[in-house]
Design a protein around this ligand. Structure first.
Ligand code: 5BU
Length: 276
């Protein structure tokens, strides 16, 4: 197998069973990017101006593996400005992940991939709730197919926020069962604030799908308005394959150094895991 440019280790060696078992082509792309960048950091770029977003990516882009957006959060959004921003993200070798949390029936979700924001044309990955049933994944994949693209869906199996209803008995199991055999499913969202919950989720998911985790911050504990945070090393050790970090990076006055710190922690944790 070919070593990725800039990667001192083979992705198969670093990712182990996860690399061999995954059945979504984007999952391997992500694992390769993570090796090239030596980072498992997905930046939650939750800023509300295009200039702020562009500045942020220029500061921390080299230390990220993917970029997570909320396209409907931007006050001065324009199609042209967004296209330029996506091109900038791609120039930093980042997968684009719109955290849209789709939840409707299949045909409507397909349509919502189009619309003013035309998510299907630029996002590689989107999030979805499974509340409406498993066909939402087919609807979202049909959306990508409508523009000749392929993407992957991250299903919410857990959430990081306090009191969320995904904690009710049976929900996470149902979500995993619904998504585990669907090749359109890139992976699952797990609760980054709880290594114990992540360990349980990883057992349910096995190696076939990735788990990405929000609710990660070096300052562990309760965040604003019900958000909860766990430690990045603990999340990866417990089975997360990507840490989603927002305010921990963009609110720092030393964004570049902090992003690198999260990247180093995540990469070392992955190497520690593959050595187990
Ligand atoms: P933070 O600033 O690191 O707390 O940002 C977390 C991001 O992850 C933010 O964009 C949320 O929309 C997103 N998120 C989350 O916090 N918890 C979840 O369970 C899910 C997404 Br799903």
């Amino acid at each position: 197998m070919r070593t990725q440019p800039g990667c001192l280790m083979e992705p198969a060696e670093v990712w182990g069973a996860r690399w061999d078992a995954c059945d979504n082509s984007l999952s391997r792309r992500y694992m390769e990017v993570a090796c090239r960048k030596q980072s498992l950091v997905i930046l939650a770029a939750d800023l509300r101006t295009m200039s702020g977003l562009n500045e942020l990516i220029d500061q921390v882009g080299p230390h990220l593996a993917a970029l997570k957006t909320h396209v409907d959060l931007v006050d001065d959004w324009t199609a042209k400005g967004w296209a330029d921003f996506c091109a900038k993200a791609s120039s930093y070798d980042l997968l684009l992940f719109e955290d849209r949390k789709f939840a409707d029936i299949g045909p409507i979700s397909r349509g919502q991939m189009a619309g003013a924001y035309d998510i299907r044309s630029w996002a590689n990955i989107v999030t979805a709730h499974g509340i409406s049933g498993p066909d939402i994944v087919d609807g979202l994949c049909a959306g990508w197919n409508d523009v000749g693209r392929e993407g992957g869906v991250l299903l919410l199996a857990q959430m990081s926020s306090r009191g969320n209803l995904l904690e009710l008995p049976g929900y996470t199991d149902g979500m995993v069962q619904a998504g585990i055999s669907n090749p359109g499913v890139f992976g699952f969202i797990g609760n980054g604030s709880s290594p114990d919950e992540l360990t349980v989720l990883r057992k349910k998911v096995g190696d076939k799908k990735l788990i990405w985790t929000p609710g990660v911050n070096l300052a562990v504990g309760d965040g604003e308005m019900g958000q909860r945070y766990g430690n990045p090393n603990d999340a990866i050790q417990a089975g997360s394959d990507g840490i989603i970090v927002g305010s921990g990076i963009y609110k720092s006055s030393e964004r570049k150094d902090v992003a690198k710190a999260y990247a180093d922690i995540s990469w070392q944790a992955l190497l520690g895991r593959s050595g187990q």
